[in-house]
Structures are given as structure tokens and as C-alpha cells.
Design a protein around this ligand. Structure first.
Ligand code: ADP
Ligand code: ZN
Length: 649
């Protein structure tokens, strides 16, 4: 980049976006694209991909064309840019003829910095024709992994994007994705026909996300306490495997005083759009969803992502959890995981469609996910290693295994007891049973089913009194995860594997992770606050007590602005910016302009308003105690709903 272009890029960063400095790879990417080069950019969610094409579009002459599959989000993206004073528009099927005509005219007149298009529209002759009549600065292909036929986000229309290079050889192209695997990376380069592109691969670490995986006992109740104790009033996403559990979980949360809406492919398009829009616009709404929800959701203040079911792969887990904390503030990725998950997923793979190769690949994905769940090492370290990055050998200090290192124990004898019960049933009776029956036999429980099959006559009956039921389930789960036990058929019966023999012959030891008695607590670990006391919202987590009222007042002011304009709150200012305002407490427009996230346009539009909010409050030195207006904590409704049995049989 020439010195002039470089200073222009930096000027845009300061003036338009109000940011101090480029982050990570941004500067290198922007320099390369501004100079006319093609780029393939792999950056995690929240890494700052948008600036990588938005700034080149502002600096280079002409309009930047952004190809995005996310029609429902285009309006918000364009609104956010306009709030920054960027001349942005979009063309998609939600517009009527006149609206589209207007955007076309703006484009042809050179009055647009950025134009968002869906790939299916770009492909049309009319669109290509329109584009050839105007001037284009850069093509940005967002969510570029949609070109991959292996991923679940595949969009056939992405395949036609390879024509852009042929038709506009002089316009630089930049393909961006948060999908980290090498295979996807190669596919993007090939299918988009970008052989000379430079590749930029950012670190995939998301240090502000705390990873936690807890043993599943009563998942809904566990979720409820997690939300109440750590994320009261926060926006977040809860992922479930089935539509049915999405519905019932959303209902359960609502009944217990947490505003939650469902989202899955079985809901009609109108309801889905309405729920998504509410999530983006309202502060603190919870969306309970299947994996159908989330791609492209660029809400910066998602404070938690919870999984009530095991994702099918580490890639999926990473993508989904990555939607938390784009703004860099502390966030939690929380998952409840149990024996049922392993059995259910293994069954799904066996009974699912696809050939042997497909099954083997699915199995390998699941094994990697299980290894992450069962590890006694740093979770972040495992994740990074999975994506080919070197983790910090000392651990991350911000995952459950780092915060509360799990104990391990020699589970060889316990493993032998489980395996010999399986062997005996099969050899002596020719029977196969699921985990519940095996555990009941070990515990010596005379249940109806035990008596019916005379299982109290087996020599292994009652040999496992030393462990509790939950602990036995933990043993079975870990044996499944380690491949020392397998699941078979539609009932998920347990059978031995080739590796089981070594354990039974005492040739192999089986180290197991101890099931924690109590779930790991909050991020600080210093839960000195009384029980049931509401913790500050995570967004405000590191604000001192005396600055909280200012932060809350600014949020309330922002909510009002957002409502008036019909845009999401983060389009006005991000939480991170409001935090900094509350901390710095600017007293002049000039001082306010120095805060990260306050560019020229926003300063002009909201400067006076923000200063007025601060003037109306006591300056931070008046450290009088303020209590939350929300009232007492005793006001929470009792938990409702029966505890759900772990109903996998
Ligand atoms: P991605 O598209 O990679 O998920 P975004 O482009 O949405 O990420 O950026 C994530 C967040 O980081 C946004 O809130 C954005 O405004 C902010 N951001 C991006 N670049 C910078 C920067 N250089 N300085 C400060 N904040 C930034
Ligand atoms: Zn760690």
C-alpha cells in the first residue's frame, strides 16, 4: 500500500469507525486488498472480518460488492453502516421494485460505498449487467465456507461466484470465513477460483470466552441455575438437538421468568424472522434453537452460548460457541453433557444415511468431540490443537479444567465390572441390554426389569455398591468415549469392542475422570456473595460498583434511541463503548470522540445525548450505595416442571 493509501485506511478507521488501531491481521489484509490483491481470510467470529473489506471499499474508488447469504440480516448490516455515515445499500427479494430501482440508481451514480447482494441475485444476468455498468472497488465474499459441499451451510449459488474473477479480472476479491478447517480452506480457494490469493489465517483463540462442560443431570434445571446465577438479564443462545426440546426448553425458561423464544426449521418463516429480529433488537432475550440458528448473527453482546445436547463435531461446537462475546467482553460457553448424548449420537450415526466412508467420518468427528468433553486438560488447549494451533502448555486459566482441575482415578476395576456384566449377559443369556439395566445390575437393584429377566441371579449382581448410580453412568460414558465399549442397534444396547479385551485381561489400565460433585462455579471462583444474590450482568462484570448506574443509564438511553429508530441497540453503540464511556466519564464532545467506537458521525448524532445522560448522574466520586431498582431477589418464581429423567432408553 502506498503511504497515501495507508494513511487513508487509518483515517477511515479513526474517523468512520472511531477505532484506535487495527487488530491482528486486519492491517495486512487491508493493505493487500487496497493494493488490488485477492485474499482468503480465516478469522474467528468476532475477529473483525468486516473491516477487512469495508475499509478497502471506502478507500478504493467505486462500490464494494458484498456477497452474503444472509438476506434477513442485510437490513441491519446496512443500518449499522449508515449509522457510521457509510453510504451502504442492499438488493434482495425483500424489496419492492421501486426500492430496488433506487439502489440501482445510487450504484450507477457512484453514490454507494458498499452494496450487499445475495448470491442468487448476483448470478442473474440483469444483476451482472447492472454491475458492469458501474464501478466496483472490491468483491467481498462473506461466509465463504458456504461454497463447501461438505458443510451444512452449503449454498449451490456460491459455486457460480467463480465467474467474478473471469468477468472482473482487475477487481480484487476477498473471501472470508470463520470456519477453520484446512479442507474448507482449500475448497474455498479452488471453487472460488482464487489461485493467486494471499491467505491470512488468524489465531482461533477466543480468550474472552470461558469454556465449561458440566455433567448432565437435570439439564433444564442446570441451565436455569446457570442463567440465574451468572447471566441474569443477558442475551444468549441455547442450542438443543431436536425441535421438540427447543420448544419445551423455551417454554420452561419462560415459565421460570426468563424471556426466551424458540427457533427451528419447523417454524414458519415469519415466526423465525420475528424471533431473530427480537433477539437482535432487544436487550437480554434468550433464543432456544437448533443449529438452524446463528450463522451471520453479528450481535456483539451475546453473553453466553449454552448446549443442552452434544454437538456432532468440534467444528460445530466452535462455530456455535463462537457466537458469544464478539465484543471481546467476558462470555461463557456452557454445555451439559451426559451418557445419553454419547449413546444418542452413536446411534444416530449407525442408523443414519450415508455410506461407510461417511459413517467413518461422522464417527471421527464425534470421537474428537467426546475427547474434548472428557479431557482432564485445558479445554481451550484441546480446541486450538484441533485447529492446528499450539496451545499454551500452562493452560488458559479460563476454562473449567484450568479453574478447577478435575481429579482422575484408576477406573480399571470399575471398567472390568461393567465389561464383565456385558459379557455375562451375552455369554450366559445371549442378551444385550442398555446402560440402565447394566447399572441396575451392578448396583443390585431389583427393578421390574431385573426380576423379569432373572438378572439378580447373575454372579455380577450387586458387585458395584461402591459407586453411586451417577458415578456408574459416568464410568459407562467414559468407556464409550474411550472406545472400550460400543453402542448397537436402535435400543442402544452395549457391546464390547476390540479394545475391551485388554481391559478384561488386565493388560490395560483405565484412568477415568472423577465426576465433580458440584458444578464449577462462576468465572471469578470467589463466590463470596450470598446465595441467590444476583450477580452483575457479564457485560458490566468488570465495571466497579460505582460505575454501574452510569452504564445502566447509558443502556437505557441507548434502548430508547434504538426503539425510536427501529434498529438493534448495538447499531447505536456497543456495550464495550458504553463501558468505556462510563469509565472515562467524558465531559466534552472532544473527549467523547476519543473513545473507541465513537466515530465522527456518531459523535455528531449522539454526542450531546450521551453527555446529557452523564450530566444527569452523580459523578463517580460520589460513591453512595445504589441498589438495583429491580427489587428483591426473593421475587423469583419457584422452579416449575418435573425433573426430567435421563430418558434415553
Ligand atoms: P467478525 O465479522 O469477524 O465476526 P466483526 O467484523 O463483526 O467480526 O467485528 C467484531 C467486533 O470487533 C465488532 O464489534 C467490531 O466493531 C469490533 N472491531 C473490529 N475491528 C476493530 C478494531 N480494529 N478496533 C476495535 N474494535 C474492532
Ligand atoms: Zn484452560
Amino acid at each position: 500500500m502506498t503511504a497515501v493509501a495507508e494513511s487513508e485506511a487509518l483515517a477511515a478507521l479513526h474517523k468512520v469507525f472511531g477505532y484506535e488501531a487495527f487488530r491482528g491481521e486486519q492491517e495486512a489484509v487491508i493493505e493487500h486488498v487496497v493494493a488490488g490483491g485477492d485474499a482468503v481470510v480465516l478469522m474467528p467470529t468476532g475477529g473483525g472480518k468486516s473491516l477487512c473489506y469495508q475499509i478497502p471499499a471506502l478507500v478504493r474508488p467505486g462500490t464494494g460488492i458484498v456477497v452474503s447469504p444472509l438476506i434477513a440480516l442485510m437490513q441491519d448490516q446496512v443500518d449499522a453502516l449508515r449509522a457510521l455515515g457509510v453510504r451502504a445499500g442492499f438488493m434482495n427479494s425483500t424489496q419492492d421494485f421501486d426500492e430496488r430501482r433506487m439502489v440501482e440508481a445510487e450504484f450507477l451514480a457512484g453514490e454507494l460505498d458498499l452494496l450487499y447482494l445475495a448470491p442468487e441475485r448476483l448470478r442473474l444476468d440483469a444483476t451482472l449487467d447492472l454491475l458492469s455498468r458501474g464501478k466496483i472497488s472490491v468483491f467481498a465474499i462473506d461466509e465463504a465456507h458456504c461454497v463447501s459441499q461438505w458443510g451444512h451451510d452449503f449454498r449451490p449459488d456460491y459455486l457460480t461466484l467463480s465467474l467474478l474473477g473471469e468477468r472482473w479480472p482487475d477487481v480484487p476479491r476477498i473471501a472470508l470465513t470463520a470456519t477453520a478447517t484446512r479442507a474448507t480452506h482449500q475448497e474455498i480457494t479452488q471453487r472460488l477460483n482464487m489461485p493467486t490469493a494471499r491467505h491470512f489465517v488468524a489465531s482461533f483463540d477466543r480468550p474472552n470466552i470461558q469454556y465449561r462442560i458440566v455433567p448432565k443431570a437435570d439439564p433444564k434445571k442446570q441451565l436455569l441455575s446457570f442463567l440465574r446465577e451468572e447471566h441474569a438479564g443477558d442475551a444468549g443462545i441455547v442450542y438443543c438437538l431436536s425441535r421438540k426440546s427447543v420448544e419445551s426448553t423455551a417454554e420452561f425458561l419462560t415459565r421460570n421468568g426468563i424471556e426466551a423464544v424458540p427457533y427451528h426449521a419447523g417454524l414458519d418463516a415469519g415466526t423465525r424472522a420475528a424471533h431473530q429480529s427480537r433477539f437482535l433488537r432487544e436487550d437480554g432475550l434468550v433464543v432456544v434453537a437448533t443449529i438452524a440458528f446463528g450463522m451471520g448473527i453479528d450481535k456483539p453482546d451475546v453473553r453466553f452460548v449454552a448446549h443442552l445436547d452434544l454437538p456432532k463435531s468440534v467444528e460445530g461446537y466452535y462455530q456455535e460457541t463462537g457466537r458469544a462475546g464478539r465484543d471481546g467482553l467476558p462470555s461463557t460457553a456452557w454445555m451439559a453433557y451426559g451418557l445419553n448424548d454419547v449413546i444418542q449420537q452413536r446411534k444416530l450415526i449407525q442408523s443414519g444415511e450415508g455410506d461407510e466412508a461417511f459413517r467413518r467420518r461422522a464417527q471421527a468427528h464425534l470421537d474428537a468431540m467426546l475427547a474434548l468433553c472428557e479431557t482432564a486438560q485445558c479445554r481451550r488447549g484441546q480446541l486450538l490443537a484441533y485447529f492446528g494451533q499450539d496451545p499454551d502448555p500452562a493452560g488458559c486459566g479460563n476454562c473449567d479444567t484450568c479453574l478447577t482441575p478435575p481429579e482422575t482415578w484408576d477406573g480399571t476395576i470399575a471398567a472390568q465390572k461393567v465389561l464383565s456384566t456385558v459379557v455375562r449377559l451375552q455369554r450366559e443369556r445371549g442378551q444385550k441390554f442398555g446402560a440402565v439395566q447394566i447399572v441396575d445390575i451392578l448396583l443390585g437393584k431389583r427393578t421390574g426389569k431385573v426380576i423379569q429377566f432373572d438378572h439378580d441371579q447373575l454372579s455380577v449382581f450387586g458387585i458395584g455398591q461402591e459407586l453411586a448410580e451417577g458415578e456408574w453412568r459416568g464410568v459407562v460414558r467414559q468407556l464409550l468415549a474411550q472406545g472400550l465399549l460400543a453402542v448397537e442397534g436402535e435400543y442402544g444396547t452395549l457391546v464390547l469392542t476390540e479394545a475391551s479385551g485388554a481391559v478384561l485381561r488386565r493388560d490395560r489400565e483405565v484412568p477415568l475422570r472423577k465426576e465433580p460433585k458440584k458444578p464449577v462455579g462462576s468465572r471469578s471462583g470467589s463466590s463470596s456473595s450470598g446465595r441467590g444474590e444476583r450477580k452483575p450482568k457479564a457485560a458490566a462484570a468488570e465495571l466497579s460498583e460505582e460505575l454501574l448506574p452510569a452504564f445502566e443509564a447509558l443502556r437505557a438511553w441507548r434502548a430508547e434511541q434504538a426503539r425510536e429508530q427501529g434498529v438493534p441497540a448495538y447499531v447505536i453503540f456497543h456495550d464495550a463503548t458504553l463501558r468505556e464511556i462510563a469509565t472515562v466519564w467524558p465531559t466534552s464532545v472532544r473527549e467523547l470522540g476519543g473513545i473507541s467506537g465513537v466515530g465522527e458521525k456518531k459523535l455528531a448524532t449522539y454526542g450531546e445525548g450521551v453527555l446529557a445522560v452523564l450530566t444527569s448522574l452523580d459523578a463517580p466520586t460520589g460513591a453512595e450505595a445504589r441498589t438495583e431498582a429491580a427489587g428483591s431477589d426473593d421475587g423469583w418464581p419457584e422452579m416449575e416442571g418435573e425433573p426430567e429423567p435421563d430418558d434415553w432408553m
